[in-house]
Design a protein around this ligand. Structure first.
Ligand SMILES: *Cc1c(COP(=O)(O)O)cnc(C)c1O
Length: 573
């Protein structure tokens, strides 16, 4: 046992399980929002000195590096990285049984160390050990890669392997937190561990101590659509796991037709939550019979504040990074200094744009950013719904757009969306400057959310469970212009913290139906409200909104506040 771990195993811990964790740009074990949230969770836990240990997969080939070819088509390259540059390989191993073979699991230790002195160990599970077959050595290679069989094996390693490695390392775990259903096999593992040693003729199921498992488990769901939940056909489950428990019982707790990881987590967790108030309601609707709470997401304040803004906050709001509530004092920052700090961040973003695309973007032009996973429900093409209208607006006052985002490697429709942006960019050349930045990652995200003037989001309601990039923007005084869904329902005050697009959140939209209406509202507001305010000779109204974004949005939508809520509502009950 390393001395390093000793300091963590002395007291009871909360174990946080996530398929992906984005701690920093160089450790490519994340794909997007879910992983970044996990990373922000752990960083806040470290700042707040919470007793927590995190478990995830090593993803030796990462998610992928995005490249765009001459036709605007996304291609993927595996990420090559060396865990030993950042982490320490631990001696203890665990085993799980997969397809009747023993699969050995090793763990890499990465310790998140906060300036407050708080530390959180993060265990990255890895099956690339010589004892394993060549096929099994690849289980922890590709994040969200492969087929159903590959995915279930990964989830067995994460959930069951994770519990076993914590046990081998002598951690005392008082709560297990599943970040999304990918981790639900941890609850199954606990069920097997707590099996009662009794013979009861009248109820053979009383050997399963569900209540004890539920007491230990917390589940956060992130997906507001049924189709988004991981489901595995039972024949596959049987092939991979064998009859680890009677299947008629398993079907009772994990779903009749297929093993649904969300159902499994719902049935084996005492505390369940969605990631924004609206998402909690939508999830409650989807799962009647379960009580779904809501804890709205936040982002890690220090990570997502650009250097220029941080310098300003250090002067006018000392202590802000570990106490984001102090943003309430944002009014004390002189308007001109705030504007100049933003201009500097913008200059750096536009330099980066020039460097990677060759395009000259103008520092004095209203710049709108849009970056997220390229998938239909995010509607990246809403802006182009009526091209003539867009051009008409841009002819009167100049506007420019910066896009970024990855499509899942198997998602050709997502790749077509990216290609579409290239086509629009070409078509509108000399009229509306539009650029797509390839390779969206944490570094590019920070450049974008701090360097544009407005952050735009146009999801189809109610499919944006929370959304977090808009919270990052707010930390940098960048104002949101978004559809009222997810976190923005809670953060939006019209013309004060930002602007809405489309109808109020109580009206759910259907694909296609609301596009025209939402686009109309987008154009109208851009033309008659946002552009005049931005180009007004008096900069005060705009900088006041920047301050409101910080003092009202960043003040609340940070992961310190989120973690305090997890502690008081989920962990210590
Ligand atoms: C914040 C972030 C996301 C998630 O943004 P959403 O607004 O929730 O879609 C995805 N990818 C990267 C690299 C991020 O930094």
């Amino acid at each position: 046992m390393t001395t390093e771990l000793h300091e963590f195993t002395a007291e009871p811990m909360i174990a946080y399980f996530s398929m992906e964790i984005g701690l920093k740009n160089d450790i490519p074990t994340y794909s997007g929002g879910l992983g970044i949230l996990a990373g922000d969770t752990i960083k806040s836990a470290a700042d707040l000195k919470l007793p927590m240990v995190a478990v995830t997969l090593i993803s030796r080939k990462g998610y992928f590096t995005q490249e765009i070819d001459a036709h605007g088509w996304q291609t993927e390259k595996p990420v090559v990285w060396d865990p030993s540059r950042y982490m320490q390989l631990l001696q203890h191993k665990a085993k799980v049984s997969i397809e009747g073979r023993e699969v050995h699991i090793q763990a890499w230790l990465y310790t998140v160390i906060s300036p407050t002195g708080g530390k959180i160990p993060v265990l990255f599970l890895d099956t690339d050990v010589p004892e394993n077959t060549p096929e099994d050595r690849c289980i922890t290679d590709y994040l969200y890669g492969g087929d159903h069989a590959y995915r279930i094996k990964q989830e067995v390693v994460l959930g069951m392997g994770g519990v076993r490695i914590l046990h081998a390392l002598e951690f005392h775990i008082k709560k297990f937190h599943m970040n999304e259903g990918h981790a639900s096999f941890l609850a199954l593992e606990l069920l097997l561990r707590f099996k009662r040693d009794i013979e009861s003729v009248w109820d053979e199921r009383s050997v399963w101590d569900i209540a004890r498992v539920r007491d230990l488990c917390v589940f956060t769901t992130h997906t507001p659509v049924e189709a988004g939940h991981d489901k595995f056909p039972y024949p596959l489950v049987k092939q991979v796991l064998g009859e680890i428990l009677p299947f008629d019982f398993l079907k009772d707790i994990a779903g009749k037709d297929s093993l649904n990881m969300t159902m499994l987590a719902l049935n084996l967790s005492k505390y369940v939550n969605g990631v924004a108030k609206k998402h909690g309601e939508v999830s409650q609707h989807m799962f009647p019979g379960y009580h779904i709470h809501a804890i709205t997401n936040g982002v890690h304040t220090f990570t997502w504040t650009c250097r220029e803004m941080a310098r300003l906050f250090d002067i006018y709001i000392p202590g802000w990074a570990n106490e984001p509530e102090l943003f309430v004092r944002c009014g004390s920052i002189p308007e001109l200094e705030l504007w100049e700090a933003h201009r500097e961040a913008k200059r750096q973003l536009l330099d980066y744009v020039k460097q990677v695309t060759g395009d000259d973007f103008d520092l004095n032009v209203l710049t709108i950013g849009f970056a997220r996973r390229a998938t239909a429900y995010k509607r990246p093409h809403l802006l182009f719904h009526d091209i003539d209208r867009l051009v008409e607006i841009a002819e009167k006052n100049r506007i420019q757009f910066i896009y970024a985002g990855k499509a899942h490697p198997h998602d050709d429709s997502g790749k077509r969306l990216i290609q579409g942006i290239y086509e629009y960019s070409d078509k509108l050349k000399n009229k509306v400057p539009i650029v797509f930045l390839p390779g969206y990652n944490m570094d590019i995200a920070l450049k974008l959310v701090s360097g544009v003037d407005i952050w735009m989001n146009t999801p189809l309601r109610p499919l944006e469970a929370s959304g977090t990039s808009g919270m990052k923007a707010a930390h940098n005084g960048v104002v949101n212009f978004s559809v009222l869904d997810g976190w923005w329902i809670e953060g939006h005050i019209e013309n004060f913290t930002g602007w809405s697009i489309g109808s109020p959140p109580n009206e759910l939209s259907k694909p296609g139906e609301s596009d025209a209406e939402d686009a109309r509202d987008l154009y109208r507001k851009l033309e008659t409200v946002i552009i005049p305010k931005y180009y007004s000779a008096d900069k005060s109204p705009w900088t006041r909104m920047m301050k409101n974004a910080i003092s009202k949005n960043a003040y609340y939508f940070n992961s310190h506040r989120m973690m305090r809520r997890y502690v008081t509502e989920a962990y210590i009950r």
